[in-house]
Write a protein that binds this ligand. Structure first.
Ligand code: COA
Length: 535
């Protein structure tokens, strides 16, 4: 193996300013996370606790093994999207160890609008199921929800990917032998009642968990029948009469203990099929990444310096180092797990696209997971590259990346624009997981380029009408376009919309990837069938 070296000097002014700028970004990340972790407003916490219920993050702590990591997905989904709703969209999703077995945990947060589902809550729940399905993880749903947030029905009810997909996925996952457990710890009304009903085993808390298609008020309004919540859908009725639930718990803690015992009896968890070498830290301090990332988007970041601070022992078996140099490709290890890395170091040329294609096919042949580290303004344009067939070479890379059945991870570390974003395993290519650093940004093109293209279109139309515009008018036209693109491209807009699984600190990257690789190691290998390559 070759070792990455570093030419970085930590004593320069540029390093100091970059580091300062990035540290400010990290403080911003942590304040957003604090808002997510707080959940609903204080008066809802008081109400929740007064009902003798445990808060959702505390429930998760009690459910998972002491010291277990919790790989959270969609932590900032919904941020700023719904008035009065904290980031997270009223649901917490992530992977933790329960009785020694990795499980996907999906927990409603009843302090956020009664734990109701917005469009993005559905999207986040469905994403958690998809991740669990891919990794064959048992799913535990801690139900405490008023069902649909009624004003948002267009984003909850009619389409694929919304509430109904939760049931669809449950059925499909069950057919694939993936265990599902529900713990009814609060209301579970209307369509929401099907989530536990479609599970293998259901725990319900006495005097606190209620499951019914229509609550007491609706029942009275619809039929005139006067019935209290306990006899309509309480624990004793469902465990003793209807058979809709299986285990009665006396309180939240008891329910979580029963759940841990259920997980213990799920049978043999799939074992890891990959060899993990001893983990070794990089030779260069990962904290220096803050000072490596250019604070000014006009100046590129040297991705090689980042890699040297990310991979075990800074060892990188580089593939074709002297060819297609704007795409770095090579084998490395993260916490002892082998991974094939493609990292941009400039725009994509025909040679870099061909090299990427070759490297992806090597990883598929060898069953090595892929990491796409995206920092690319796109593919090169111009007569030379068009004549060199950049379209067919880019198409080859997209075919290879899209066909690859090994686990694929995408990390947006800087710019990720246009077809470059797509070719580096953008969301449409279903990466196994996709994260961004706070410096990550993605759009069809950069703000300046978008402003320029649209102003050129306008200028052509003006000319056709025999008109012209002044430089000031042109700038007045371009400024709002630039602003829209700047607001759109940020990593937090991507996480708020659920277009990525989360924003992580560069210092969390090794740990996050290690957890992902550990989960992937328990999934059987899949054969890749490549599509037709254009030569
Ligand atoms: N749609 C929209 N908003 C809802 C809602 C729903 N289904 N259920 C609750 N909310 C809102 C409330 O208006 C309140 O909003 P506010 O904070 O702006 O005042 C907030 O969520 C909390 O509700 P609240 O009733 O104060 O909390 P609670 O903990 O005492 O009760 C529920 C929570 C879910 C049990 C109760 O609100 C309820 O029964 N909701 C209706 C459930 C239902 O019938 N759903 C059917 C959907 S298909």
């Amino acid at each position: 193996m070759g070792f990455l070296t570093s030419r970085l000097s930590t004593r320069t002014e540029a390093y100091r300013l970059n580091h300062e700028a990035y540290a400010a970004r990290i403080r911003d990340l942590h304040s957003r996370r604090s808002a997510a972790r707080a959940g609903g407003p204080p008066h809802m916490h008081v109400k929740h606790l007064a009902r003798n219920k445990v808060l959702p993050r505390h429930r998760i702590e009690l459910l998972i093994d002491p010291g277990s990591p919790f790989l959270e997905l969609g932590e900032l989904t919904g941020e700023g999207k719904y008035a009065g709703v904290s980031p997270g969209a009223g649901i917490i999703t992530g992977v933790g160890l329960v009785s020694g077995r990795p499980c996907m945990i999906i927990a409603n947060d009843a302090t956020v609008k009664g734990g109701t589902y917005f469009g993005l809550t559905c999207k986040k729940h469905v994403r958690a199921q998809t991740f669990a399905w891919q990794h064959r993880l048992a799913c535990i749903t801690l139900v405490d929800s008023g069902g649909a947030f009624l004003p948002d029905q267009a984003n909850i009810f009619p389409d694929d990917g919304q509430f109904g997909s939760i049931f669809y996925n449950q059925v499909g996952m069950s057919g694939d032998g993936i265990p599902q457990i529900a713990v009814v710890m609060g209301p579970c009304t209307a369509g929401g009642a099907y989530i536990p009903a479609l599970c293998d085993e259901v725990v319900i808390v006495r005097g606190q968990g209620y499951m019914y298609l229509g609550g007491p008020e609706l029942t009275f309004a619809a039929t005139g029948e006067n019935v209290d919540a306990e006899s309509l859908g309480g624990a004793a009725m469902h465990c003793g009469t209807s058979g809709v639930t299986d285990h009665i718990a006396e309180d939240d803690r008891h329910a979580l203990l029963i759940t841990r015992n259920i997980v213990r009896e799920l049978g043999q968890a799939p074992a890891s099929r990959r060899r993990q070498e001893p983990a070794r830290p990089p030779r260069f301090d990962p904290a220096e990444i803050y000072g490596v990332i250019s604070r000014d988007p006009k100046f590129p970041t040297d991705t090689r310096e980042i890699l040297a601070r990310l991979v075990d022992d800074s060892e990188f078996q580089e593939f074709k180092p002297n060819y297609g140099e704007t795409l770095l490709t090579g084998f490395a290890r993260i916490h002892g797990y082998e991974i094939g890395i493609l990292a941009n170091n400039g725009v994509l040329f025909p040679e870099s696209a061909m090299k990427g294609t070759h490297f992806i096919s090597l990883c598929c042949q060898r069953d090595v997971p892929l990491l796409f580290m995206s920092d690319v303004t796109g593919f090169m344009v111009g007569k030379d590259v068009e004549q060199a067939g950049i379209a067919k070479h880019g198409a080859k890379m997209i075919t290879a990346m899209s066909s690859a059945k090994v686990p694929k991870y995408t990390l947006n570390i800087g710019a990720s624009y246009g077809a470059g974003y797509l070719a580096m395993c953008g969301r449409a290519f279903k990466p196994t997981a996709m994260f961004a650093w706070p410096s990550g940004r993605s759009a069809i093109m950069g703000p300046e380029q978008a402003a320029m293209v649209l102003s050129l279109v306008r200028e052509t139309n003006l000319k056709a009408e025999g008109k012209s515009w002044s430089e000031d008018e042109k700038e007045a036209f371009k400024a709002p376009v630039r602003k829209i693109y700047e607001d759109f491209q940020g990593a937090y807009n991507f996480s708020a919309n659920g277009w990525i699984d989360g924003v992580i600190d560069p210092l969390e990257t090794r740990g996050t990837l290690a957890l992902l690789l550990e989960l992937a190691a328990r999934v059987p290998a899949k054969k890749t069938d490549f599509g037709v390559f254009r030569f």
